[in-house]
Each structure stands twice: as structure tokens, then as C-alpha cells.
Design a protein around this ligand. Structure first.
Ligand code: GAR
Length: 211
């Protein structure tokens, strides 16, 4: 085989060993998923390999198509049984899972397969305004209703409870008296786009080598 072909062959067949592969789970619009995909588009160590959603009508699937990222949907039963999800993650040699607006509790088989390798973003300053049912606008409505002076984002490891894993990073934004929940949502989204991709990058680059 000529030298150049050997190099090409090696590059193609070892890419998954060099690059850390991320899977994003999302249930909704997917604006965070898009920001993450775009951040890693030309990265030489990390790539977003696929996007998974529990909702066949989620706009994140349209974004995935436009971004040329393979996307999959699954049913509640498939999620609970695990075989389908495991197969997808294995096919893409996934090292790390990012939850970006994903609303189902994470089952034991995923927690076991990705110890310290699965993180979530929550649109408030945990431990406040977290837990089951606290997602999206529900969070911002509650924050404004309680007269909070600030809100923000929490990026944390995932465990068997909603929003209770160890916190990795938080950023805050002020809330003024005239801010509506929609204003707060916008401010929080800006923080998410700014910080989530780079925190993912930091955490993924600290992962132990695959054996
Ligand atoms: C984001 O604000 C994320 O923090 C939140 O859902 C939104 C998804 O937006 N997640 C939660 O509330 C989890 N409890 P997106 O689909 O446009 O990325």
C-alpha cells in the first residue's frame, strides 16, 4: 500500500480513539444542542457524534438534520429496557453524555455506563428551583414569582435524582423588578450558550483514557 494510503487508513480507523465522542440527549427546541455542536465543529479532540431525543416532534431533530448530526428517537419502553439506547451509544463509541433540556430521569444502566461522564444543565441556581417538574419556563416563572434578585445556570454531574448531582459550574445574571419570566429565560439562555460548551470541553478533556 503506498505510504499516503497507509496514513489515510490509520487516520480513519483511529479517529474514535483520538477524538472523544459526545452524545447529546434533548427533549425540546435544542438551542443548546446546536450551540454545543457548533462549538465542537472544528475541534481536534472532541466531537458531537449523535443526538438522541425522546420526542419525535422535538425541534432539536430538525436542528440535527441541518447540522448534519445523526439523530435518533426512542420510546419510553426502549428507554427503560436500555438495549436500543446502549446499541446507539456503542455504535458511536460514545465517551460522554450531555443532557441539554432532556426531561426524563436517567436510568441506572446509563449511570453505571457513564460514571462521572454525564452532565446536565439546569436553568437556575441549584439547589434552588430544581427537582421534578422544574424545567424550562416553570423554573423562570417560579424564580420571578419568588422575587429573586438573581438567577443563572448550574452545570452538574447526573445522578439518580433530578438536579442533585455534584455541581461543576454556576454563573449568575441579575433580575430587575421589571423582568418577566421571558426576560429571565433570555438572560439564562445567553449564559447557557456562553458557558455550557466550554465547560463540557473542560470536563471531557479530563476524562481518563479509554482502555
Ligand atoms: C434550557 O434552558 C435548559 O437549561 C433547560 O431546558 C432548556 C432547553 O432549551 N433544562 C431544564 O430545565 C432541565 N431541568 P433548549 O432546548 O433550547 O436547549
Amino acid at each position: 500500500m503506498p505510504k499516503i494510503s497507509v496514513i489515510y487508513f490509520l487516520l480513519i480507523n483511529t479517529t474514535h480513539l483520538i477524538m472523544k465522542q459526545i452524545a447529546i440527549f434533548a427533549s425540546g427546541s435544542g438551542s443548546n444542542a446546536q450551540a454545543i455542536v457548533e462549538y465542537f465543529q472544528n475541534h481536534n479532540q472532541i466531537r458531537v457524534a449523535c443526538i438522541l431525543s425522546n420526542r419525535p416532534d422535538a425541534y432539536v431533530l430538525e436542528r440535527a438534520k441541518q447540522l448534519n448530526v445523526p439523530a435518533y428517537t426512542f420510546t419510553r419502553q426502549e428507554y427503560q429496557e436500555g438495549a436500543t439506547i446502549r446499541q446507539i451509544l456503542q455504535n458511536h463509541q460514545i465517551d460522554f453524555i450531555v443532557l441539554a433540556g432532556f426531561l426524563w430521569l436517567i436510568p441506572g444502566y446509563l449511570l453505571e455506563a457513564f460514571p462521572k461522564a454525564m452532565i446536565n444543565i439546569h436553568p437556575a441556581l441549584l439547589p434552588k428551583f430544581g427537582g421534578k417538574g422544574m424545567f424550562g419556563m416553570h423554573v423562570h416563572n417560579a424564580v420571578v414569582a419568588q422575587g429573586e434578585k438573581e438567577s443563572g445556570i448550574s452545570i452538574h454531574y447526573v445522578n439518580e435524582h433530578y438536579d442533585e448531582g455534584d455541581i461543576i459550574y454556576q454563573a449568575t445574571c441579575p433580575i430587575t423588578v421589571s423582568d418577566t419570566p421571558q426576560h429571565v429565560a433570555q438572560k439564562v439562555h445567553q449564559l447557557e450558550y456562553l458557558h455550557f460548551p466550554r465547560i463540557i470541553e473542560q470536563v471531557v478533556l479530563q476524562l481518563p483514557e479509554r482502555h
